[in-house]
Design a protein around this ligand. Structure first.
Ligand SMILES: [Zn+2]
Length: 186
């Protein structure tokens, strides 16, 4: 299709230039490379929702690379498989953000916290375990939310799907403009 190179002198990262594909219902479906994203757009199969700050050029034109595209026609997808409860999957569900201070951390700086402490009968499952940074975890310790006077921004839940499983990306690598759409389903 003739889009051979990026804007001269402003090479873009192939990985960062990928596009998130949404169903017509805005549900995230998959990630495609920028070439595929442009082809879908040329074929009039998608509308562009967000763009990257990067361009591909052909002989006569240059195209701003799509970052988020939405299918014009709804695609039916299979039922979601049950997602295994694990440390990594809890981190992914929570977008690698401590659910108390909402700051984003590298996995090595994160811990799992029982919302209702285990000593008070809290279960280790999707609805009682949240991602927490170490300082927040220590501050909360063995207390309930009320006792620790900490707020939880969002109640923990069992996810129907995770970006890493469906899209093979971690939210920590995803461009900011994707997160709105990735969270929509979470
Ligand atoms: Zn925190």
């Amino acid at each position: 299709m003739g889009c051979e190179s990026s804007e001269r002198g402003k090479a873009f990262n192939e990985i960062q230039a990928r596009a998130l594909v949404l169903n017509s219902s805005y549900e995230p479906l998959k990630v495609v490379n920028w070439q595929k994203a442009l082809i879908l757009w040329f074929q009039d199969k998608v509308e562009i929702i967000e763009v990257h700050d990067a361009f591909a050029r052909s002989v006569y034109n240059r195209f701003q690379l799509p970052s988020v595209i939405r299918l014009k026609k709804y695609v039916r997808i299979r039922e979601h498989p049950k997602i295994r409860f694990s440390r990594e999957n809890v981190y992914i569900r929570d977008g690698h953000r401590c659910q108390y201070c909402m700051r984003k951390f590298h996995p090595k700086d994160l811990t799992l916290d029982h919302v209702v402490p285990a000593s008070r009968g809290g279960c280790k499952d999707w609805t009682n375990i949240v991602t927490a940074c170490r300082p927040c975890n220590q501050e909360k310790a063995n207390q309930t939310l009320d006792e620790a006077q900490i707020n939880l921004r969002r109640l923990p839940f069992e996810p129907k799907w995770l970006p890493s499983l469906r899209l093979s990306i971690s939210p920590i690598d995803a461009p900011d403009e994707w997160l709105t759409f990735l969270k929509r389903e979470a």
